[in-house]
Each structure stands twice: as structure tokens, then as C-alpha cells.
Design a protein around this ligand. Structure first.
Ligand code: IDC
Length: 410
């Protein structure tokens, strides 16, 4: 059987596996489908020289994401947009082009749960997810299965009740496939989405995912866990308190270690450069809330994954700021208290008519996979430097390195 499956790597493997993602309406049907899905024992044959063939199954060692041999690894690529809006941007041709011409080695698969996504068409969305996971595997790049919640912001909200069955299905189907990472929930936000709520949720979903891997003796996958305040109160498991944005108060309460007690877990951080940066002065204090300063320190405390960042404002539109993005990427490349290499995915590879999209409007329909916007052009250059070893003085300028000098004044 294994031999047959091996020989099917390529087009027909996809359809074989897709049958396990067959029609369902969510709810009880999805629960049953997940239960009936056999634990996957497919041995992937990643293309020689591909990212996954090179790095294999990833693990977290202390603060650092590492490859199968324990060497620090930094992945960089894109996030998809919600594919209910841009389905024609994501297929084997476009992803192959992203690998060959943009040098990505990871693609985050953002499946919106609301806003016309999974909850409206559970089966179609699950199928798209499976299809894209398979395509990434076939082409030898990593992918993130992102349960993209946004509004409401609490992952335990009843609107997201299918998360359990969804992750059970995904983990049973892909257990042991080294290219698959899981993001438990996009950006928890709002008053109710405290770390305690997120932790309760993670403490239910992670064992479900692990069960599938344990049953075939596979190493646990990388699991990326959301943090409060749109993935910006990254150290909520260490410090009680709330980062409330550049203009508002930051209340620091006594430290308390409430980290997740599982291996290969990372904490999510997201930034949009025009909104999240050095902040603005307040109460006569120049450095009142400096986001760089905050993350410089957090990167010495927790293993972090930046699964979404934009050059724009937090709306995904508005002003583009490449210098401030440079500053963040320098930080991800080791300029931080832990000398941690942080992996990063840009929002978004899409042709949606907004400034954060990497492609010009209507490019996907016309298969113009290189028709970059200002944002796309910058990201392509950064990826060429970060993943392809190129030299390009137009990005990651030395003058944009953040120096934590202000910290010593405290
Ligand atoms: C935005 C899209 C936009 C879409 C909106 C829907 O860019 O086209 O209309 O979602 O809610 C996030 C979210 C991400 C947002 C993005 C930009 O994770 O879903 O996408 N953003 O606003 N967090 C901060 C910014």
C-alpha cells in the first residue's frame, strides 16, 4: 500500500487524499469525518534541494526554531489572503513561481472561519486547504494551517466550535508530514480574549493534534499559538498586563509563568509597520511605548513566529513604510535580546485592491504572478536576501537597525 501511495506522489495523490476531505457541512459531519480519517502514513518525497528536503522535520530548541539536525532555521515567505476573495491566486503554478522567482520556503494558508469562509462552505474550504497543503508538499516548501479567526476575537467563541474537529482531521491526515505546521488561531482580540482563554483553547487543541502524531510515533509538529491583542501581547504567558496600542496605557502586573507545557510550541507576533513601531511620545515621555523595545526583550524570553506582517497600516491599506519594516526584519535576523532568528510571512500574496497585497489588482486572473506592487517588490527583494543569499542594498539598510540604547536608561 505504501508503495502505491509513494508512486502516486504528484497529481493523483492529491485526489486520493482529498477523498478524506470529502463533502461535509461542518458540525457533526465534520466530527465524523475526522474520526473516520485514517492516520496518514504517507512518506513524502520532497524534491531534492527543496526547503523541506533540506531541513526536514522542524523542532524548537529553547528560543530557536531548528531543523532536523538541530541547526537554527529561519523560514520566510507569504501568507495567503482569505481565498474566498482571491481563489485564483493559489494553485500549483502560482506557488511554483513563488518558490522559483520569489524564493519563498513557507506559505501560510489563511482559512478565514467567518466572513464567507469556512463557516459558510466548510467542505469547499477544507478541500482548498487540503489541496494547498498537498501542493506545498509536492513542491517541497513548508506551510502553516491557519485557522483564521478575527471577528469575534475569542477562539472559544461558539462560532468557532468546529476548530476541534478541523484540527483533528488535519492532524490525522498529515501526521508525520514534516512540511505541515499548525497555527491554532489567528489574532485573538478583544476584552474576552485573555491569555487564560487562549491557553484553555490551546490546551484542548494541542493534545488532539499530538494524539495523531503519537499514534504513529512521529515527532510533534510545530504549533504556533496566538497571543492576546491581535498577536501583540506576545509575553502574556509571562507577564500579566495589556499592551493597548501606541496611544494607550500599558499596565504591567506581577510576573507569572503560564507558558504552554508542550514541546515545539511557538508564540505568535504580528506587526504592520506603519502602525506598530516606536510609538509616539506621551506625557512628555519620548519613548512611552516603543514596540521595538518591547519585542527586542520578548525575543530573549520566548520562541516567536511572525506568521503575518505588513508594510502598511493595520488595516492592510494606507501608508507603506519600508524603513520601519527593515527595522523589524533586522530584528528577526538576530538583532534581539535572544539572538533569535524569527520566521516571517508577509500579508499577503494576493491581488486584492489594497496596499498590502503583493500583486496588482487582477493579476491572478491573468496569471501575472510577478506583477508586483510596491509592497510585493520590497518583499521579493527581502526574500531574495534572506532565503537566497543575495546582496541588495535597497532593502534591510544598515541605518535601519534598531538599537536598544534607550533601555539602559531605565
Ligand atoms: C484583512 C484583509 C482585508 C479584509 C479583512 C477582512 O487585508 O482585505 O477585508 O482582512 O477582515 C490582520 C488580520 C487579517 C487582515 C489584516 C489587514 O489577520 O485578516 O486582513 N490584518 O487588516 N491583522 C492585522 C492586520
Amino acid at each position: 500500500m505504501n508503495k502505491i501511495i509513494k508512486s502516486l506522489v504528484g497529481g493523483s495523490l492529491c485526489s486520493l487524499l482529498l477523498s478524506a476531505c470529502g463533502p461535509h457541512g461542518g458540525g457533526e459531519e465534520l466530527v465524523q469525518l475526522a474520526q473516520q480519517t485514517p492516520i496518514n502514513t504517507v512518506k513524502y518525497e520532497y524534491p531534492e534541494g527543496s526547503a523541506v528536503a533540506t531541513h526536514g522535520a522542524l523542532k524548537v530548541d529553547g528560543l530557536q526554531l531548528c531543523d532536523q539536525s538541530g541547526k537554527p532555521v529561519q523560514l520566510a515567505g507569504f501568507s495567503t489572503m482569505g481565498w474566498q476573495w482571491c481563489a485564483d491566486c493559489y494553485n500549483e503554478e502560482s506557488i511554483k513561481n513563488l518558490i522559483d522567482n520569489w524564493h519563498i520556503n513557507i506559505l501560510r494558508l489563511a482559512m478565514y472561519v467567518e466572513e464567507g469562509g469556512f463557516n459558510r462552505h466548510p467542505d469547499k474550504n477544507t478541500e482548498m486547504m487540503c489541496n494547498l497543503i498537498e501542493t506545498c508538499g509536492k513542491l517541497g516548501i513548508y506551510c502553516i494551517v491557519d485557522w483564521h479567526i478575527l471577528t469575534p476575537g475569542n477562539p472559544n467563541d461558539s462560532l468557532y466550535a468546529d476548530s476541534h474537529a478541523f484540527f483533528k482531521l488535519m492532524s490525522r491526515k498529515y501526521a508525520g508530514a514534516p512540511h505541515v505546521l499548525f497555527e491554532l488561531c489567528n489574532e485573538p482580540n478583544g476584552e474576552g480574549a485573555t491569555w487564560e482563554e487562549i491557553r484553555d483553547y490551546a490546551n484542548q487543541i494541542i493534545p488532539t493534534i499530538h494524539a495523531a502524531y503519537d499514534s504513529i510515533g512521529a515527532q510533534h509538529p510545530i504549533i504556533i499559538c496566538g497571543t492576546p491583542q491581535w498577536d501583540q501581547l506576545v509575553d502574556a504567558c509571562l507577564v500579566k498586563g495589556r499592551y493597548q496600542g501606541n496611544e494607550l496605557d500599558f499596565v504591567e502586573l506581577p510576573a507569572d509563568d503560564r507558558r504552554l507545557q508542550f514541546d515545539n510550541v511557538m508564540y505568535t507576533f504580528h506587526f504592520y509597520a506603519s502602525s506598530h513601531n516606536e510609538g509616539s511620545p506621551k506625557d512628555g515621555v519620548e519613548d512611552y511605548y516603543n514596540f521595538y523595545k518591547y519585542m527586542y526583550k520578548v525575543l530573549g524570553q520566548l520562541p516567536v513566529f511572525c506568521s503575518e506582517y505588513g508594510l502598511t497600516e493595520a488595516s492592510g491599506d494606507g501608508a507603506i513604510d519600508t524603513d520601519r519594516t527593515d527595522k523589524w526584519i533586522h530584528m528577526f535576523r538576530g538583532n534581539n535580546a535572544g539572538k533569535q532568528l524569527v520566521s516571517f510571512c508577509n500579508w499577503s500574496y494576493s491581488d486584492k485592491d489594497e496596499k498590502s497585497a503583493a500583486l496588482q489588482p487582477k493579476s491572478c486572473r491573468r496569471k501575472q504572478w510577478d506583477n508586483a506592487t510596491i509592497s510585493g517588490d520590497y518583499v521579493r527583494r527581502v526574500l531574495n536576501v534572506a532565503n537566497n543569499g543575495a546582496t541588495d542594498p535597497s532593502v534591510l539598510k544598515p541605518e535601519n537597525v534598531y538599537t536598544p540604547a534607550a533601555e539602559t536608561k531605565e
